[in-house]
Design a protein around this ligand. Structure first.
Ligand code: GLP
Length: 263
């Protein structure tokens, strides 16, 4: 696992956006570059930078297919808290050459969640898998909506959200946890770790425990993000604030070994 530590959120996003743009630009195969994407506040700065680069002609999305991580169950596309809405509002609508038919987001209004999720897995497989999955994590270490104790080999499926997650996410639902959907569709931990590369953004003091669990903890279903330790191409991009629970040795090790990446 690589851990790239930057001074602050902005630099973390700049580094991650450059990393993704380079991967897309260096993809010389005819088949599309397959990019997994998250929602949440963590990736917003990355999306803004990728949009800017796209408008300046520095990266093209013409040959990129995307798969989003998750979607709330039971809220329609046009709801301003659906992840479909978030992705279009923060990213897709601003790209000059993203093909709408290349955007894949789980349908939270499906009346057959099992089929919806099986079809999603099959569609990912039909492209030969995901090249790079960008992710964020929750304060409890959830990756996508894989809450603590979700199997580390789980596939795309229906998930119950914990009370903690509904409380954290209630900031987008008028601060009322009851208004946050109780279930979501989500790619599994196995779906994410099947990707060739996984790039997870972790910033802020409130994620410090989760970052330590991801990097230093035991591989455990209690912290589903810890599955990344078993992945051969996992990168954590983080800021200083999120490093508060790492041991000094770990912190110094990654600062040293990744010093060329420091912006
Ligand atoms: C939600 C999403 C996750 C996301 C997490 C963290 O629960 N389902 O995919 O990573 O929030 O969000 P934030 O980046 O806003 O802290």
């Amino acid at each position: 696992m690589r851990v790239v530590i930057q001074d602050n959120y902005d630099k973390m996003c700049e580094w991650a956006a450059n990393y993704i743009a380079d991967k897309i630009n260096n993809h010389k195969e005819e088949r599309p570059f397959v990019l997994g994407l998250p929602t949440g506040s963590s990736p917003i700065g990355v999306y803004q930078r990728l949009v800017k680069m796209n408008k300046e002609g520095k990266v093209s999305f013409r040959n990129v297919v995307t798969f989003n991580m998750d979607e709330y169950l039971g809220i329609p596309h046009e709801h301003d808290q659906s992840y479909w809405y978030f992705m279009h509002d923060n990213f897709f609508d601003h790209l000059v050459d993203m093909k709408p038919e290349n955007i894949n987001i789980l349908n939270g209004m499906t009346d057959d969640a099992i089929k919806e999720c099986a079809d999603y897995e099959a569609k990912i497989a039909s492209y030969g898998g995901i090249d790079l999955f960008m992710g964020g994590i929750g304060v409890d270490g959830h990756l996508a909506f894989n809450e603590p104790f979700t199997s580390l080999s789980s596939r795309t499926g229906l998930r119950d959200l914990t009370t903690d997650t509904r409380i954290v996410n209630s900031r987008f639902f008028g601060n009322d946890p009851e208004k946050v959907p109780a279930q979501a569709l989500s790619v599994g931990i196995g779906t994410v770790t099947d990707s060739k590369e996984v790039l997870v953004l972790i910033s802020g003091h409130n994620k410090a425990r989760a970052l330590a669990a991801t990097v230093e903890g035991s591989v455990s279903q209690k912290w589903t993000c810890s599955a990344l330790q078993m992945h051969n191409g996992a990168i954590i991009a983080c800021d200083e604030a999120a490093c508060g629970e790492l041991t000094v040795d770990t912190y110094k090790y990654f600062l040293d070994i990744e010093r060329k990446e420091r912006l």
